[in-house]
Write a protein that binds this ligand. Structure first.
Ligand code: GCB
Length: 599
């Protein structure tokens, strides 16, 4: 799916700004036809942003159900002969879109874009009425999974609540940009790029998909100085680039890939992509980028910030990349869902390697020891065939969206699923088979520390093992020494059982910025540094560990819980993106480890 862009043949209107908004506390929006009649007694809400932290009302912060957004906009009459689409970058979690009273799109999923062709319902040169209803309820058939339940308060009022298995706040609303955009009637629908190189010759294999194959296709590739370095014709082909400059981690080089469709000499449609030439594969137990072993240094992150929640924000995103550069990180995982396309564009430009994760987080019961077939979650009434269908759909949609980013080197298909259950084996085998049909990047699955070495039923389907380990924190509490010993044995046992490269996908501790203790105790800045040092001492001895992603890049909001003090505090940076002591330590370590660090 192509990102909406202004080109020689396409126009774009960004509807970011202030929208009308109403939370449907009485569940009356549908029968009062708000989608047609409009919102009365509305409040104002920014888009993009989560709505939860914008007001001072707890009932909106914790709201479970439908909220309604409304915007009126004129569409220029010059757009009359074009196709017009509405495109929402993401809204959490389920959406319906009406234009001038007509339902044009229903979409399930909180982290991926959706769009509708609205050419037939739009009015030109006049005001159009756009209504989007966003619902934030999670079930066992959505990703992430969750469960809605009702409880009665002391006055007998029935209240809807959301149970969730994941450790981040269920931020809701329209989180990314809403665009109206045009394409010519005969237009480019999709582009797929795969790159390779032989010696110094870059090879860009491409495929252009069009809604009708009436026109010629011309390809031009430009370097960063805007010099034409390669051309091709036809819908499928290869562009050769002499003396190619590779896209490298922390040393990005991007070419501009221009697709033009033509009738004779006249331009019909045009679209442009930034691309990078690089290869990825696993060889001899190493993760290879451009045929060199790559060592992952970085973080699991979140889309999360004060006030805006999960709303797209260029300032915070660029701040984050500046901090990643400063700390000498080379990569992060989009834990625990696909991040915005804008974040991935920046990764391409900054040379930060990305592991793209699906929203399959927490496919596991609340009572975690409940593994094994009877008490597990892979069963008819929980994670079932319908969930698998959604998992496959969302994985394919994520790949369709992100496949052309040079920064994305691997897909993570789930975080912390209950993978010791026999039924998980069948589930994951199908998921992996379907995923490999659409893309050839390596696949990783990420497991929590309750999944014991040798007992995982699904690792055999994957290329890399991801482990989230907190020995010395959630177990061996406060005893870093004992935690470190357990860690070493655990990693060795996992390797012996699976014989696959291992990425430490999470390790870290909650740290209250400004809390200092000597000798260190849990929650102090000193403890965070000592914990990380102990873990690194172990990783450095184990050749099969191919990388270290600290949990988390920054503090982030969660639901309320006795183990969460105003959110999860495992950040190496605060939620306001300032360094804790550990940031200085990591900066030194990662500055001295090369990307191609071999042990
Ligand atoms: C995990 C989860 C992550 C949590 C983290 C923690 O293993 O993957 O979402 O936030 O642990 O801090 O407990």
């Amino acid at each position: 799916m192509l990102y909406p862009k202004i080109t020689a043949t396409r126009s774009l209107l960004n509807l970011a700004g202030v929208w009308n908004f109403k939370a449907d506390y009485q569940e009356e929006g549908y029968h009062k036809h708000w989608y047609k009649n409009g919102l009365k007694d509305y409040e104002l809400m920014p888009v993009p942003a989560s709505y939860n932290d914008i007001t001072v009302e707890a009932r909106l912060r914790d709201f479970v159900g439908d909220v309604w957004y409304e915007k009126k906009t004129i569409v220029p009459k010059q757009w009359k002969d074009e196709n017009i689409f509405i495109r929402i970058g993401s809204a959490s979690h389920n959406s319906k879109v009406w234009i001038n009273g007509t339902l044009v799109k229903e979409y399930i999923g909180g982290f991926l874009p959706f769009e509708a062709n609205i050419t037939d319902v739009i009015k030109y040169g006049e005001e159009n009425h756009i209504v989007i209803c966003v619902n934030n309820e999670l079930t066992w058939q959505t990703l992430p999974p969750g469960e809605v339940y009702y409880f009665e308060d002391a006055e007998g009022n029935k209240k809807k609540k959301q149970k969730q298995q994941h450790d981040f706040f269920n931020y809701s609303g329209i989180h990314r940009n809403v665009y109206l955009y045009t394409t010519p009637k005969s237009h480019i629908e999709d582009i797929t790029i795969k790159t390779d190189y032989k010696d110094t010759l870059g090879l860009v294999h491409y495929e252009v998909c069009r809604n009708e194959a009436l026109n010629e296709v011309n390809i031009e590739v430009y370097d960063e100085d805007n010099q034409l370095v390669g051309t091709s014709t036809g819908g499928i082909g290869t562009v050769e680039i002499k003396a190619v400059k590779l896209w490298k981690p922390q040393n990005a080089y991007l070419y501009k890939f221009v697709v033009k469709t033509l009738t004779g000499d006249s331009l019909v449609d045009q679209y442009e992509l930034n691309i990078g030439v690089r290869t990825v594969k696993i060889e001899n137990g190493q993760f290879m980028i451009n045929n060199e072993p790559f060592y992952f240094k970085g973080f699991g992150k979140h889309e999360d910030m004060d006030v805006k929640g999960k709303g797209l924000d260029d300032a915070i995103n660029i701040r984050d990349y500046n901090l990643l550069n400063w700390i000498n990180a080379n990569s992060f995982r989009t834990a625990h869902y696909p991040y915005s396309e804008e974040i991935l564009d920046l990764a391409d430009r900054y040379g930060i390697v990305i592991i793209g994760e699906t929203p399959a987080v927490g496919m596991l019961g609340q009572a975690v020891p409940a593994v094994g077939e009877l008490d597990g979650v892979f069963r008819e009434d929980k994670i079932n065939d319908e969930t698998l269908k959604e998992h496959i759909r969302l994985t394919k949609e994520m790949i369709a969206r992100d496949k052309n980013h040079p920064a994305v080197v691997m897909w993570s298909l789930s975080n912390e699923a209950s993978v010791m259950e026999p039924k998980a084996e069948v589930y994951f085998e199908k998921l992996v088979t379907e995923t490999r049909k659409v893309d050839d990047r390596p696949l990783i699955n990420v497991s929590l520390m309750l999944i014991e070495p040798g007992k995982c039923k699904v690792s055999k389907f994957f290329d890399v093992i991801g482990l989230n380990l907190y020995f010395g924190w959630y177990s061996e509490k406060g005893d870093i020494d004992a935690g470190g010993k357990r860690l070493k044995k655990w990693l060795q046992d996992w390797y012996d059982a699976e014989k696959k490269p291992i990425l430490l996908a999470e390790y870290g501790i909650d740290t209250i910025a400004g809390l200092h203790k000597e000798p260190a105790i849990m929650f102090s800045e000193e403890f965070q540094v000592e914990f990380l040092k102990a873990y690194h001492g172990v990783f450095d001895q184990l050749p099969f560990v191919i990388g270290e992603h600290v949990w988390n890049f920054s503090d982030f909001m969660t639901g309320q819980d006795i183990v969460r003090v105003d959110g999860n505090k495992k950040g190496v940076f605060t939620r306001q993106r300032q360094p804790k002591m550990a940031a200085h330590y990591l900066r030194k370590r990662w500055g001295s480890l090369k990307n191609t660090y071999t042990k």
